[in-house]
Every structure is written in structure tokens, then in C-alpha cells.
Design a protein. Structure first.
Length: 231
């Protein structure tokens, strides 16, 4: 195959890299107003998952369609989250201020660990906003449920979010990849969690497959892992 053909693997890989960076920048710029963060990251997660997990070839159309569709609800959600953010941030500052004693250090560590719960609820909400259609009340209830039902994966995703955020804030240049990287890595936990609570029909729809195609794919996946375990 000709190296310069659009169908060649190097050109396809280059196209994927451009999409990866482009979607990151879309999320960064569309989050500048703060209240647009939920819609931005809902759109980013949806676009990344559909292209890099399920083979969709229209990532930017997916991004902007999702952003426009979820913007109003996303702003409402952010306005709900902002007071909680300042409340927990104030608690963090107070605990840290008194962490110079043994008891204070213990309470600060305990509080810090507990913060993973509200952080997980907030972070879980964004992908749910992009992948499903819920009322605001049902969206928040589902996010709370998934956070407690999958505490381990929630802990990993919060830790991933924290590390990528700190890396981006400290270096700035990682903003070209970190939002898309967050969405891609988080999807391996989140998509699996979603399917545990969905019917076969809804799981197939999540991957843009027919039920038959989904069942065939799941069978191949099980065969692969059973073969891998034997070795």
C-alpha cells in the first residue's frame, strides 16, 4: 500500500493523533467559562470513546453535537457543584492548617481520603451526561450509585484525574493531550461499569452494535481471556 495513501496505517495513525490532540484542545477552550466544564468533558468523553474504543470516524461532529445537546443541563449541574466545591475546599484548608499535630495530621489524612467520594461523584457525572439521557436529578442519583457501587474504580479515576490535572497545571504543555488521555483511560473502567447495569440491548447500543454483533464480540473477548489465562 502506498505510504501517502489515506488508507495507509501511518496516515491513519497520524489522523488519530491529530484527533486526540484536537479533541483535547476543544475541551480546554470550551471549558474556559467554568460553567461549561460538564458539557465540555461529557462531549470529550463521548467523542473519545466512540472513536478510539468503538471505531467512529466523526469525532468532532460527535463532540460538538454532544456539547450543544448537554450545554444547558451541564451548566445547571456545574452551578450545583460549585458551592460543594468551595465547601469541601474550605474544609480541606482548615484541616491542613491544623495538621501540624498528630491528631490534626490524622484528621487531615482521613478528610483527604473522604474527599475521594464527592470528587468521584462529580467526575462520574460528566461521562454519564455524555453517554446517557437523564434528568438532572436522575443523573446525580446514578452518579452517586455508581460511585459507591464501584469504589475501587472510582478511586483509580479520581487519582488519575488528580495526577493529570496537577501535571497540566504545573507544565501547561500537557493540555494538548491530558484531557483526551483522561477520557480514554477512564473509559476502560467506566464503560465496563455501565455494562454491568445495562441489558444486552442497551450495552449493544452503547457500542453502536446490533445485539448479534455485540454478543459475538463478547464471545470473542471471553475466548481471548480464557486462552490468555491458560498461558
Amino acid at each position: 500500500m502506498n505510504f501517502f495513501s489515506p488508507e495507509s496505517q501511518p496516515w491513519k495513525a497520524m489522523g488519530k493523533a491529530v484527533d486526540f490532540v484536537g479533541l483535547s484542545l476543544c475541551a480546554v477552550f470550551s471549558s474556559l467559562l467554568i460553567v461549561t466544564i460538564p458539557a465540555s468533558f461529557a462531549a470529550l468523553y463521548t467523542a473519545i470513546v466512540k472513536e478510539f474504543r468503538y471505531g467512529d470516524n466523526t469525532p468532532f461532529k460527535t463532540y460538538f453535537d454532544s456539547f450543544k445537546r448537554n450545554l444547558k443541563q451541564g451548566i445547571i449541574i456545574m452551578l450545583i457543584f460549585i458551592p460543594f466545591f468551595f465547601f469541601f475546599s474550605f474544609g480541606y484548608a482548615i484541616m491542613r492548617e491544623h495538621s501540624d499535630t498528630r491528631e490534626g495530621a490524622f484528621l487531615f489524612t482521613f478528610y483527604y481520603v473522604l474527599l475521594f467520594i464527592p470528587a468521584g461523584i462529580m467526575i462520574n457525572t460528566f461521562p454519564l451526561l455524555g453517554r446517557f439521557e437523564y434528568s438532572t436529578k436522575e443523573l446525580l442519583k446514578t452518579s452517586i450509585f455508581l460511585t459507591f457501587a464501584h469504589l475501587f474504580s472510582t478511586f483509580i479515576i479520581v487519582l488519575l484525574t488528580l495526577e493529570l490535572t496537577l501535571w497540566t497545571v504545573n507544565k501547561y504543555s500537557p493540555c494538548f493531550i491530558t484531557p483526551s488521555l483522561w477520557a480514554f483511560l477512564s473509559s476502560f473502567f467506566l464503560e465496563k461499569n455501565y455494562k454491568k447495569h445495562l441489558s444486552v440491548e442497551d450495552s449493544a447500543k452503547l457500542e453502536n452494535l446490533t445485539v448479534e454483533e455485540y454478543l459475538e464480540k463478547e464471545e470473542k473477548r471471553k475466548e481471548f481471556f480464557s486462552h490468555w489465562k491458560k498461558h
